[in-house]
Design a protein around this ligand. Sequence first.
Ligand code: PBG
Length: 328
Amino acid sequence: MKYPESRLRRLRYNNKVRELVEDVSISVNDLIYPIFICEGRKVKNEIKTLPGQFQLSIDNALKLCEKLLKSKIKNIIVFGVSENKDDTGEISCNQKSIVPKAIKKIKKKFKDEFLVIADVCNCSYTKHGHCGTIINDEVDNDLTIETLAKQSKILVESGADVLAPSDMMDGRVQLIRKKLDESGYVDIPIFPYSVKYASSFYGPFRDAVGSSPKMGDRKSYQMNFKNSFEFMREIEQDLNEGCDAIILKPALAYLDIISRVKNKFNIPIIAYNVSGEYSMVKAGNQKNYIDEKSVMMEIMYSIKRAGANSIITYHALEIAEILKKNEI
Ligand code: PBG
């Protein structure tokens, strides 16, 4: 059928008909909120390059959790801001490290009201800022995954519900799975960042946790964004090693990759709308160049439309407000 019998605008003429035929939706259940936890008491440091996000001591992180619950946000991912650092990140493999301490408190206070996802990586805990142990100027894969497996076990013992290794070493999912299974944690899922590009969009996050590499970059372990097929082997490898869902990041500049993962693999996709993507929206709004709320929601719908099941985003609280009012 063609015009004039066919008029595609008929399905757009009013809000009711538009809503009736929509096929992409966002629910508060799809949102995961990132929290940065630091030592001390009553600490609430705004991260300059990540407006509206804070380094929080545990007491203040618990307050934030109450706020999240009021907004019905039930999923969080926790990151450690650690002043204690060493050469390998081994310092994190200890119940006294900041994230295990925080998870214990969150679980004690909120029981199972939150799904607590723990990011697993060494970069917050190494003096040089790289994600692993450096041997001859290069991050050593096989030594690094040993530390990550130890860190994982500590995180699960402290109460983490899910582990999210973000280091991009080979074989880490297999080793973490083995370590968890041997320790009786057969039911704890692993959501690796299977597809993680070496991206400049992580800049504000590195300010937040103080993890910018002191020398070099992360290109020898994170993926090259000039490759369009490499993601398949990364996911195949993680599937073979026993992952349960995958995290993909950044999101906005990689919608093509999200869509291709969706078409190729039967695995839940969690897209990470990373720090630089968030900060661009905030900066644009501060300058009055864009309308923040509408741009933010448009980005979220584009990520879902591409095929993501859920989204890790610093905007989660603002999105929950909008969803509550059914505004956009
Ligand atoms: C740790 C890690 C990073 C992010 C999540 N986990 C930074 C990096 O790899 O340098 C980035 C998240 C963001 O930018 O919001 N490896």
